[in-house]
Design a protein around this ligand. Structure first.
Ligand SMILES: Cc1cc2nc3c(=O)[nH]c(=O)nc-3n(C[C@H](O)[C@H](O)[C@H](O)COP(=O)(O)O)c2cc1C
Length: 184
């Protein structure tokens, strides 16, 4: 095995969570959609997301305390790139990305119909880290496409073809395949 030593971009070595689109509401009711890949599960019901402070997503979360998290799969991969663009604040990415909204049950921002899994979330707390803020949210409701429920009730990311950004900012994504059980 030949390994390269690096001191930058270290967390990219453990990048293995599907890309998400975070949906929030602007005060004028514009439905905002932003793409995020730098996040992690911090408890059974809480997720921490590194969100750029200038983003509309961050400002809307701070104003309203509510968001939805929507998993991106291969059939809607282009939506990840479109929702990653910096559109004017009063322009929704949803239509441009050819997505549709459905009402959430517990929060005001809608969920994305075409996503195989959606979470309804509320703001808990944040830690500022330079350009980003690490925003911790509590998930209070979820929606998952029945065909893609894994044995443990979670999302079968392989079957659902959930996409992972493996070259950001280049638009290069991958899906997982060939899961295997380790025998000891
Ligand atoms: C695949 C992908 C992953 C991204 N991940 C993040 C991320 O984790 N954190 C972040 O601040 N921006 C991330 N971005 C950039 C945001 O999507 C971008 O700043 C977007 O304009 C935010 O939208 P908003 O201003 O409507 O909130 C990502 C973009 C792409 C395409």
């Amino acid at each position: 095995m030949a390994k390269k030593y690096i001191e930058r971009g270290l967390t990219n070595l453990v990048r293995a969570r599907p890309v998400i689109i975070v949906v929030t509401l602007h005060p004028d009711e514009t439905v905002n959609a932003g793409t995020f890949g730098s996040y992690t599960n911090v408890s059974g019901s809480e997720i921490g997301i590194a969100i750029g402070k200038p983003s509309h997503t961050y400002k809307n979360i701070k104003r309203t305390g509510e968001l939805t998290i929507n998993v991106v799969t291969k059939p809607i991969a282009s939506a990840a790139e479109i929702c990653g663009q910096d559109l004017p604040e009063n322009e929704s990415e949803i239509k441009k990305a050819c997505l549709n909204c459905e009402p959430s049950k517990k929060v005001s921002p809608p969920i994305i119909k075409e996503s195989v899994a959606n979470l309804e979330c509320i703001f808990v707390k944040e830690t500022e880290i330079n350009y980003h803020s690490f925003v911790i949210v509590q998930c209070i409701a979820g929606h998952i496409e029945e065909n893609y429920i894994a044995k443990d009730g979670g999302l079968d990311v392989v079957k659902a073809q959930a996409i992972f950004n493996i070259g950001y900012p280049e638009p290069i994504y991958a899906i997982l395949s060939n899961p295997f059980r380790v025998k000891t």
